[in-house]
Design a protein around this ligand. Sequence first.
Ligand code: IMP
Ligand code: MG
Length: 177
Amino acid sequence: MKNYVVKKLIDQKSIEEHVKSVAAQISDYYADKDPIIAIVLKGGFVFAADLIRLLDFPFTIDFVGASSYAGTQSLGDIKFTKDLDKPIVNRHVLLVEDIVDTGLTLYKLIHALKTREPASVNIAAMLVKDIPRPFDLEVAYRGLNIPNEFVVGYGLDYNERHRGLPYIGYVEFPEEK
Ligand code: IMP
Ligand code: MG
């Protein structure tokens, strides 16, 4: 593997403040809806763990894992690596995701879940990369905007490493500088 260093991008205090503000927005909308909070594997679990501890209303936790096939023609192609445990028909679903990069995975996931006729599906993402997207992906609870860098920590990995970092860093390859 290439040499790299991890440089701090977002510190713990900023993450904490951001999670608090998202929790307040989510509470406004979902307090009387008994939502299914669907954590998108794997990266969404750290953000979700902090978020749900700030929510003082009833909800159910579920997990979903999905991978999208790059290079296929149909935007509908998605493979569930872990499907939701329970039906979502007539339920309010909140997907909790680590990062919106191209947004393709979430785009396909949302479409797949909508065919199951939930009452609503929204996205809460911790981070959103500041890049143009060729399709419309509505992120109801937008995370912090970050530049187009590869980031790790707070659930996010590089080759499965660094998910446990309490801050968010970006990966830098010194030989490419
Ligand atoms: P997408 O391009 O938005 O479909 O991203 C799919 C998934 O790739 C995200 O949910 C993350 O798990 C992962 N990913 C995208 N960008 C990064 C990054 O900068 N660091 C770590 N994982 C990433
Ligand atoms: Mg992810």
